[in-house]
Design a protein around this ligand. Structure first.
Ligand SMILES: Cc1cc2nc3c(=O)[nH]c(=O)nc-3n(C[C@H](O)[C@H](O)[C@H](O)COP(=O)(O)OP(=O)(O)OC[C@H]3O[C@@H](n4cnc5c(N)ncnc54)[C@H](O)[C@@H]3O)c2cc1C
Length: 413
């Protein structure tokens, strides 16, 4: 049956945009509907996104990495501690015999590069200020009704109120996914009661290519290197305390951060603008429902303590591009339920593992009972000293779940 395109993607966030680029490269006709307006410059996002080696490879295949590589800061060491207690976990590129463990990319620049590449993709049409009103399976096709995004003054008038026919609708529309709700897919969410406050700072004693994570009972704190003396400081705080922290003057805010983190990086100075993200966990029971597929935060939203969310979403993109590309070339229907079931089967274990890891870290390090602090210290020490624990930690955090022993024979078993 004739259709307007092969795939409609809801959401041009990092995951939806990466998917659009990959599917177009694989030969599929794609329409991306993004509720937000077309970008007019760099987004105001002070985050540094830590990407593991697998994500770098995926971005290379998508032709995105070359646009961000010059701004990506390599990470060769990761140092994990707990405020006020002994024990540290030190992960090093040398343990894996690799040149680095990953990179920190400025989020605003990564968004810009990925969207530029999406816009330049010949098989992609992007509809800005456009949401998905409804979608219905009609024989071998999906009908997707479009609507102007609430409050938009500049919608693609020709498309709004119109219907697109496609083989597949991908919900890459974030934690509050409309596609997920319309498809009747239930989600379990957990509010960690924490909010991440992010800003860039200078440090007086930079540790080259080293990222730091420090767990405190108010939530984790991370310093991610972005080059020279500049670091992205992520500080999770109890949501109830966030308004007060945002209202602090720069000097008071830095003094408070310094008390929590200590002087391992010397003195903090030159803070940039602060931005806050409430921290939620979300998991779905299934990611596929009648020619609809969920990817990225729409399917699994994780606490950012392990820097895993985008890495997980990019692995989804990689699998989806490979399966849908093969389907197209084999003359198969890209929305075929069996194909989508194969996708879910291939990706379910990674989602479950990544969610469990980040959720356990978020809950375990938030416990304020005295025995918990001792156990956490012991856990960090064991993970640091015992190769088998270290291998597991690196496999989970750095290698994106792939078998370290297979991919990196130098790793201890
Ligand atoms: C503080 C913080 C630090 C982080 N650090 C890291 C890190 O270091 N490493 C890492 O891997 N991950 C990290 N993450 C996680 C990472 O940011 C997310 O996993 C990732 O950005 C999710 O991308 P997404 O495209 O799935 O969702 P989103 O970024 O939420 O994008 C969804 C898009 O869909 C659009 N949309 C929504 N509804 C509709 C609709 N109905 N129709 C059309 N469009 C719609 C939205 O406008 C948006 O553009 C961090 C997260 C936070 C909060």
């Amino acid at each position: 049956m004739q259709r307007d395109c092969d795939v409609v993607i809801a959401g041009a966030g990092l995951v939806g945009a990466a998917l659009g680029i990959g599917l177009a490269q694989a030969g599929l006709q794609v329409v991306v509907c993004e509720r937000g307006a077309a970008p007019t410059g760099l987004a105001s996002d002070p985050r540094g996104l830590a990407l593991n080696l697998r994500s770098t490879e995926i971005l290379q295949t998508l032709g995105v990495w070359e646009g961000i590589a010059a701004q990506a800061c390599p990470v060769r060491h990761i140092h994990v501690t707990q405020q006020g207690h002994f024990g540290a976990l030190r992960l090093s590129h040398a343990d894996l015999d690799l040149p680095e463990l990953g990179h920190v990319c400025p989020a605003d620049r990564l968004q810009q590069v990925i969207l530029e590449r999406l816009i330049a993709s010949p098989k992609v049409r992007i509809l800005w200020n456009t949401g998905i009103e409804a979608s219905h399976v009609n024989e071998d096709l999906l009908q997707v009704s479009l609507c102007p995004a609430t409050g938009s003054v500049n919608a693609n008038a020709a498309e709004n109120g119109h219907t697109l026919t496609a083989a597949l609708l991908v919900g890459a529309d974030g934690t509050e996914s409309t596609v997920r709700m319309q498809a009747g897919i239930e989600a379990v969410r957990h509010d960690y009661g924490q909010t991440a406050i992010v800003c860039n700072v200078d440090v007086s004693r930079p540790a080259p290519a080293t990222a730091f994570e420090r767990f405190t009972t108010q939530g984790p704190m991370a310093f991610l290197p972005v080059g020279g003396r500049r670091y992205v400081m992520v500080r999770a705080a109890r949501t109830a305390d966030v308004a007060g922290l945002l209202a602090l003057g720069n000097a008071e805010y830095l003094a408070d951060a310094q008390r929590r983190f200590g002087y391992r990086l010397g003195t903090l100075s030159r803070p940039g603008a602060r931005r806050a993200w409430p921290l939620l966990g979300l998991r779905v029971a299934r990611r596929v429902a009648g020619r609809r597929l969920l990817l990225g935060n729409a399917a699994t939203t994780v606490h950012p303590n392990g820097a895993q969310g985008l890495n997980l979403g990019l692995r989804d993109v990689d699998e989806a591009v490979s399966l849908l590309g093969e389907a197209l070339h084999g003359g198969e229907d890209p929305g075929d339920p069996q194909l989508l079931a194969r996708f879910a089967e291939a990706r379910d274990a990674d989602h479950a593992r990544t969610f469990r890891l980040t959720d356990a870290m978020a809950r375990g390090f938030a416990l304020e009972i005295p025995t918990a602090a001792g156990l956490r210290s012991l856990g960090l020490l064991m993970a640091d000293r015992l190769p088998v624990f270290k291998r597991r930690a690196m496999q989970a955090l750095v290698l994106g779940g792939q078998s370290a022993a297979t991919e990196h024979p130098g790793m201890p078993r």
